[in-house]
Design a protein around this ligand. Structure first.
Ligand code: GLN
Ligand code: ZN
Length: 764
């Protein structure tokens, strides 16, 4: 008997029920009990699916009202002092305040930092540790959910973030100390959790330790053995779960931990199987992640089966079978996609279908491939048609990509010369103010979009509505006194989907949502074939917006790396090749904007960093092709056209040279949440071009005051020449409401005025 399980199921609900429930609770429109009930229903539904498809366990602990790392912080009582948690059980509003700064009850304050979960587009809430950090069991959530599953009659395997990955993902605050030193305080709480789970009759606990796939410092590697020694006499069996990469140098450590089992990712780390089979002691189970939990293509059953058979020869009953990682990263159910064409649909598998694939594989393994012949044949046929389909190849695109020259990657002149030409044309004041692109996506925007999609509005009517929204955004910006305006992106539901919908080679789902952070979900396009641009995508809107103002209007595009990173991409060619094809399409759009009179063009690359391979050794190759793709997209313009890029993360130090090599004239970047931590990068590296370090955290509804923003900018001008600095928010404002946006931007413009009148010399 092969055991089959999953590491986690998407928590959002096939109809995005979680989003509706959470947001209506936040707005005070529904009581807490209703939210709690929605959570219960979603879990019950997902467990039933797992049982119905024949999984040997249902997984608990993967559900969350916001984020599983934040849940772990609550469970461990790691609540930063500013939230004034009185002890006891961490209640839901304290939990939400940590995530968002505000909640229906409790004092508003800075939210905790948020950052990307490994190399995914999922964001977790960063644990914050004080020098005197203590831990205690402070949430019953996990036990309640286990009890819930048991009451429904399921055999349940709880999942939690392991102690070392938890510490690794956190940050030391309020003092210079090593967070690894907190381990001895942390372990007793983990022991207590495991003991309780054991007492509830739980046999197996899934302990996620994806940090094991990273290049860990020696001290952390050594801590693994010590940690699991300390947890070995708890009354449950531990399955150590790794994903997103192979274990690399940590194979021996992972295999020898004093635990009952190990899970490895064979989608990203196929090559590690032999070494793991050789190293793993014969009393341990090995869970193989043969189904890709990060992409949406059907598994190649023959290939997977061959691997599993080889492993089964060694492992026998000790073989477990799972997706590579939690299914959190793929949409819930393909069945809901009634608008995808049948051929393409047949190539795909979402979370629900992936669970089916598991059960087919299990049957094939146990009873022979003939027992599931029909499925096997169908999958083979789908693969054959996909790889030979004319839909996926465009000779013209391939030819163009192959004949690119070095000059296509370079602007005509170096930055200094461009800067002079741009300044002459744009005549911007010192500390120019701008925003990142989007303005509030109000009901007035969403309703016409919905009506247009549903055919209740004609294209002309829809355009008219969007133009009215653009005009509104422009007039508000003029009133606020910003220097460089944006059109507000009213016509875009999503910064990747908007472009993908107008490009060849992309397909779209109707319900393929994936959680990005909290209640923010994205619907990644599917890149299934060669990419090309049939015609201009943004020019009309930009030209209209520019016609409303004498201030410069930024043209707004999404960069090739971000489009790649936030899509489900084809697995039949290297990612670099797909990125280059997208770059060519964006390059054409950039030139069309310039020709239409747009003087500033921003190409957003918020996802550049998350594409960074997890292992240092793989990074230079990635950065080289990613930077090249951006440069191909951005370099086709005249010296006096100003290019901007935007990125949303503060961890900048390790890629600063690549970011500089992108050679955008201006970069705007997230940094206010981390209190300008990004500036550390400039102590050792002279950033050559202009830069706008975000002064206003747009992820939180809190309105920052002028002093606060002035303070952040003063910090910035201690390490950067004032003439290089712009003043702007951290990111786009689409998720905010107008009143808070207007108040915050007015404060921001006031802050720029303060900076212009108070020279830096006066401060030091
Ligand atoms: N221009 C986009 C916006 O303002 C950028 C979004 C992002 O960086 N994620 O919404
Ligand atoms: Zn951003």
């Amino acid at each position: 008997m092969t055991t089959v399980h999953i590491l986690g199921f998407p928590r959002i609900g096939a109809g995005r029920e979680l989003k509706t429930a959470v947001e209506s609770y936040w707005k005070g429109e529904s009581p807490r009990a209703e939210l709690v009930q929605t959570g219960r229903e979603l879990r019950a539904r997902h467990w039933r699916q797992q049982r119905d498809v024949g999984l040997d366990f249902v997984t608990a602990g993967d559900f969350s009202f916001y984020d599983q790392v934040l849940d772990m912080s609550a469970t461990l009582g790691a609540v930063p002092p500013r939230f004034e948690w009185p002890g006891g059980d961490v209640d839901l509003d304290t939990y939400f305040r940590m995530a968002r700064g505000t909640a229906p009850s409790g004092k508003a304050t800075h939210a905790c930092e948020m950052t990307k979960w490994f190399d995914t587009n999922y964001h977790y809430i960063v644990p914050e540790f004080q020098p005197d950090q203590g831990f205690c069991l402070a949430s019953h959530r996990l036990f309640d959910e286990v009890a819930e599953a048991k009451a429904l009659g399921y055999r349940v395997k709880p999942a939690l973030v392991g102690p070392l990955t938890y510490l690794w993902l956190g940050k030391a605050k309020g003092g210079d100390f090593d967070r690894l030193d907190l381990l001895d305080r942390l372990l007793p709480v983990y022991r207590e959790i495991l003991a309780r789970l054991g007492a509830m009759g739980v046999a197996w606990v899934q302990v996620d330790e994806p940090a094991l796939v990273l290049d860990l410092p020696e001290k952390w590697r050594a801590a693994y053995t010590r940690t699991y020694e300390a947890l070995r006499d708890t009354p449950v069996k531990l399955l150590i779960v790794t994903y997103f990469e192979s274990l690399g140098a940590n194979i021996a450590i992972a295999c020898r931990l004093p635990v009952a089992g190990l899970h490895i990712d064979l989608a990203r780390g196929a090559s590690q199987l032999d070494a793991v089979l050789a190293e793993l002691p014969t009393n341990k189970i090995l869970s193989l992640g043969v189904i890709d939990g990060r992409n949406i293509w059907r598994v190649d059953l023959d290939h997977a089966l061959a691997i599993l058979r080889r492993a089964a020869d060694v492992l026998g009953e000790r073989l477990w079978l799972a997706p590579s990682c939690s299914l959190l990263h793929v949409p819930v159910d393909l069945e809901r996609e009634d608008k995808l064409d049948a051929e393409l649909k047949y190539w795909l598998a979402f979370a629900t279908q992936k669970m089916n694939e598991l059960s087919v594989l299990k049957a094939a393994l146990e009873n022979g491939a003939n027992s599931v012949l029909e499925e096997m044949e169908a999958v083979r046929a789908a693969r054959r048609t996909r790889l030979s389909s004319v839909r996926i190849r465009n000779p013209r695109v391939r030819q163009r990509a192959a004949s690119l020259a070095a000059k296509d990657e370079h602007r005509t002149s170096p930055f200094a010369q461009r800067h002079a030409a741009q300044q002459q044309r744009l005549k911007l004041p010192p500390y120019p103010t701008t925003t990142i692109g989007s303005f509030p996506q109000t009901a007035d925007i969403r309703a016409p979009r919905r009506d247009f999609k549903a055919g209740r509005l004609s294209e002309a009517q829809y355009k008219e509505k969007m133009c009215a929204e653009i005009a509104l955004a422009v007039s508000k910006q003029e009133q606020i006194g910003l220097d460089v305006l944006v059109h507000g992106e009213a016509e875009r539901n999503d910064m990747v989907e908007y472009f993908g919908e107008q490009l060849e080679g992309f397909a779209f789902t109707r319900h393929g949502w994936v959680q990005s952070y909290g209640s923010r979900y994205v619907k990644p396009p599917i890149v299934y074939g060669d990419v090309s641009r049939p015609g201009p995508m943004t020019v009309e809107w930009a030209v209209y917006a520019q016609s409303l103002t004498r201030k410069p209007m930024k043209g707004m595009l999404t960069g090739p790396v971000t489009i790649l990173q936030w899509s489900f991409v084809r697995d039949d060619q290297p990612r670099a090749d797909t990125a280059l094809q997208i770059a060519l399409a964006i390059r054409d759009e950039v030139r069309d904007l310039e020709a239409a009179g747009i003087k500033i063009i921003q190409i957003d690359e918020p996802a550049l960093r998350e594409g960074l391979p997890l292992r240092a050794a793989d990074r230079p190759v990635y950065l080289a092709w990613a930077v090249r793709a951006f440069r191909i997209a951005a370099s086709g313009v005249r010296d006096d056209t100003q290019t901007h890029t935007h990125m949303c993360y503060a961890e900048f130090n390790d890629i600063i040279e690549a970011v500089a090599a992108m050679d955008a004239d201006v970069i705007t970047i997230e940094t206010s949440r981390s209190d300008m931590e990004l500036l550390d990068a400039f102590v050792n590296f002279k950033y050559p071009n202009e830069i706008g370090p975000g002064v206003y955290d747009i992820h939180s509804p809190r309105v920052p005051d002028t002093d606060e923003m002035v303070r952040l900018m003063r910090k910035a001008r201690r390490v950067l020449p004032p003439e290089q600095l712009w003043v702007n928010p951290d990111c786009g404002l689409k998720t905010r409401g107008w009143p808070e946006v207007e108040a915050a931007l007015a404060n921001m413009v006031a802050a720029a005025r303060v900076l212009r009148t108070a020279p830096p010399q006066a401060e030091n």
